[in-house]
Ligand binder design. Sequence first.
Ligand SMILES: Nc1ncnc2c1ncn2[C@@H]1O[C@H](COP(=O)(O)OP(=O)(O)OP(=O)(O)O)[C@@H](O)[C@H]1O
Length: 293
Amino acid sequence: MSNMTASERHAAERRERTKMVPLPSDSIVPERDVNERPVLECRHLGIEFGGLKAVDDFNFTVGKTEIAGLIGPNGAGKTTVFNLLTKVYNPTHGMVMLDGQDTAGMDIAAASRAGVARTFQNIRLFSSLSVEDNVKIGLHNQIKEHTAPAVFRLPSYWKAEKQMHERALELLDFFDMGVYANHVAGSLPYGAQRRLEIVRALATNPKLLLLDEPAAGMNPSETAELMDNIRRIRDEFHIAVMLIEHDMDLVMGICEGIAVLNFGKIIAKGTPEQIQSNPQVIEAYLGKQDEEA
Ligand SMILES: Nc1ncnc2c1ncn2[C@@H]1O[C@H](COP(=O)(O)OP(=O)(O)OP(=O)(O)O)[C@@H](O)[C@H]1O
């Protein structure tokens, strides 16, 4: 394996490790997850804006520790799916089950507590705050805060502060970012800011981490490092990751199950090998890319 590029190595590792098995719902999950409750089940999910069906009859399941991919041409509806999963939008059709919980009626904060976290296509950090404070913002959704201890600086307040500081550093260290803890977030190099977004999302203790174009703007070595980090997140936090990405080496290198959207509809679902050899996908998406190249 020594002469392989990072993405070839990832693809080889994935082929060795992951066997995808079908569920009765026409979805597939990694074999290791088949007896576990899926972290995400979308059934006939859809949303209309005016007359436009931005997402239509979206059926997709993500296993408990799966790395899943959502791909498709620009405007296909991918980010809208993430907005539905995080309750930025309420669906006009269908349902989303998060770790077995129906998310109907939840707002963004409730969905976060139920276990979904995300990063955005364009970096959204509190750029004038410190790196540590950005992570602590993520941690806040798990800590029950009472006004009196904070106002009167009671011992329970300091204990919670200490716990948050330690946890924030632990998470930053996981990504070799502990040295940046006191830096202003906006002063970090681009790649480090993208990593910080992931750390902040992980701080909410999610079961499902949604990454919207995590490799955008990255050079090949940063992308290879990102792929390693996504794998490490899955392996060490034992959570699922679902990502939207245009970088096909990344998608085919680390994703286990993939859905392809075109004009709001799933046109193909399957393993990277199945997706790469699907004529509809090649025509709708991969072929188009080749023509552009
Ligand atoms: N709030 C909204 N109101 C009206 N139309 C919307 C809204 N949000 C998304 N759309 C439309 O839904 C469609 C899907 O958009 P979406 O951003 O989900 O695509 P995408 O696959 O993420 O694209 P890209 O790869 O370019 O980010 C587009 O036609 C978009 O204009």
